[in-house]
Design a protein around this ligand. Structure first.
Ligand code: ADP
Length: 514
């Protein structure tokens, strides 16, 4: 403990085991003050025209570009991922999302005119989007920059003030984000970062933010949702996945193999949308597996800018991967690459060799629960129906991919999958298109972000109807005397199989005279 009561904690690089810094945690006692600051800053930020708010986003983008390599270093040191992945999956996605918001926020958040039914003749209707207030963003360690920044920036663009609690597993990235907002000139109190673990997270939820945006595990998501329900706080939950990849016999096999290797092993498989279940059509199964093994054996693991695979990030995740592999091997699965858990060696950092696993069955943990590690479990299927049944047989529904040269067939399968996202002949990429809403179904989450809806979700919507205010009364107002039969006639003539316009107009005019 320091003199100020803040805890200082050693931060370790998972790829080397070396200390990379010390981190002061935010004391729980500071939480009320943070909310006070966020609430004080809210009115001015909310009233600022969107066009002015996005000027701040522009400064943020330029600061990120100027300090890009420094940020790559912080991310790679904190997570053990390789530099190209820090650059493309963490930084590029954020820069792109920010620029997209700079261009689209004003129109996405502008009042939207909608039509008004004839029954309300003479009136006009529109929807207004207003910021919710103080948004709490809680983010995870696997993409510690992207998964913190995109919700934060979306909430800000929509006019909210934000408290971010980044993952305690990668605290230096959280620190960097705090500096980023400070250095790029955001007004005091508009963005605050709370550094710490789950007690701090729970303490922040307890102080009743106006919205909670959570990315993390299903288990924590449910805890947060329960607490939020008690206060009726609206939430978005971005949770896990067990994403299927379906490879048909007519797919470009070399492409599908390379796609599987990247989709399953990028970020060492610590991705909510990584390929976690591979289903390959029987006639090409053997060939696919042979090529998969060859391709996996080509990968280079390490810390250099030319390396493909980095280390695991969080020690707790290695235990889950071990449990899944041990369960699979005990039930008859075979490893074609990588090592059995008893031979894993973490002396030089938390590196796990990628594992191609065959002879798996749908009941194994590795095919049911999220592994979040470098595993490629493959099993054969026969025909479209079996592929769809296997893919949908999961509590999750985040992303999926379908591989075939027959695009009609691929689209047919895509629309039968119960999933928030589907990619045809590629993996994961929907999340990188800022025009597309992103989110899961089933236990993969609630709500969407990215795209226009990703800004509107941070707003409450006010529906407005306007009457010119020139007539003395309305047909549906008091008195009701004599109106009952006229309304009967009006409803029948207006909503019947064929509109009876003359009878409708007649009853309406009579009502007006009452
Ligand atoms: P992951 O392992 O993917 O990071 P977690 O669900 O464990 O998933 O953590 C995600 C984020 O949620 C982290 O920032 C963590 O500190 C936070 N967190 C964990 N438990 C709670 C809780 N009970 N209340 C609020 N936040 C929590």
């Amino acid at each position: 403990m320091t003199m100020t009561g803040e805890k200082k904690r050693k931060v370790i690089c998972p790829a080397t085991g070396e200390e990379i810094g010390r981190m002061e945690e935010t004391p729980l006692a500071k939480v009320p003050l943070m909310y006070e600051k966020a609430r004080q800053a809210f009115p001015a930020w909310a009233e600022m025209p969107v066009k002015k708010r996005v000027e701040h986003l522009r400064s943020l983008r330029l600061y990120m570009l100027e300090h890009m390599e420094e940020l790559v270093q912080v991310i790679t040191d904190s997570t053990g991922k390789v530099a190209v992945e820090a650059l493309t999956a963490d930084i590029l996605t954020v820069v792109d999302a920010v620029q997209h918001m700079e261009k689209t926020a004003a129109s996405a958040l502008a009042p939207r005119r909608v039509s008004t039914p004839l029954l309300f003749f003479g009136k006009k209707s529109y929807i207004e989007y207003k910021p919710r207030g103080v948004v709490l963003v809680i983010s995870p360690w696997n993409y510690p920059f992207q998964l913190a920044m995109i919700p934060v920036v979306s909430a800000l663009a929509a006019g909210n003030t934000v408290i971010l609690k980044p993952s305690e597993v990668t605290p230096l990235v959280g620190k960097w984000i705090e500096t980023l907002f400070h250095e790029s000139g955001f007004p005091e109190g508009v963005v605050q970062v709370a550094h710490g673990g789950k007690e701090l997270g729970a303490g922040l939820v307890e102080r009743k933010p106006d919205y909670i945006f959570f990315t993390g595990s299903v288990r924590t998501g449910k805890i947060i949702q329960e607490q939020a329900a008690r206060y009726l706080i609206p939430t978005t939950l971005e949770l896990g996945g067990k994403d299927p990849m379906i490879v048909f016999g007519d797919a470009h096999l070399e492409r599908a193999v390379k796609g599987a290797v990247w989709g399953g092993l990028t970020n060492s498989g610590q991705v909510c949308m990584s390929v976690e279940r591979l289903y390959v059509e029987k006639p090409v199964y053997d060939r696919f597996v042979r090529q998969l093994v060859k391709e996996v054996n080509r990968l280079q693991q390490g810390r250099g800018t030319d390396d493909d695979l980095g280390s695991m990030t969080f020690p707790g995740q290695i235990d889950i991967v071990r449990e899944h592999i041990e369960d699979a091997l005990a039930r008859g699965a075979r490893l074609l690459t990588g090592q059995e858990p008893s031979r894993w060696n973490m002396d030089n950092g938390m590196f796990l060799e990628p594992m191609v696993l065959v002879d798996v069955t749908p009941d194994m943990k590795v095919m049911r629960e999220e592994s979040f590690g470098p595993i490629l479990p493959v099993m054969p299927f026969e025909g479209e129906d079996e592929a769809v049944r296997l893919a949908n047989d999961s509590p999750y529904g985040l992303n999926a991919s379908v591989w075939s040269r027959d695009l009609e067939k691929a689209k047919r399968i895509a629309s039968r999958l119960v999933s928030g996202n589907v990619v045809i002949n590629d993996v994961m990429i929907t999340v990188a298109n800022p025009h597309l809403p992103f989110g899961g179904v089933k236990e993969s989450g609630i709500g969407r972000y990215h795209g226009d809806v990703g800004l509107q979700t941070f707003c409450h919507q006010t529906s407005v109807m306007v009457d010119p205010g020139k007539s003395a009364s309305e047909v549906n107002w008091f008195p009701y005397r004599g109106k009952y039969p006229l309304f009967l006639q009006l409803i029948r003539s207006y909503f019947g199989e064929k509109k009876a316009w003359w009878r409708f107009i007649k009853s309406y005019l009579h009502l007006l005279r009452k």
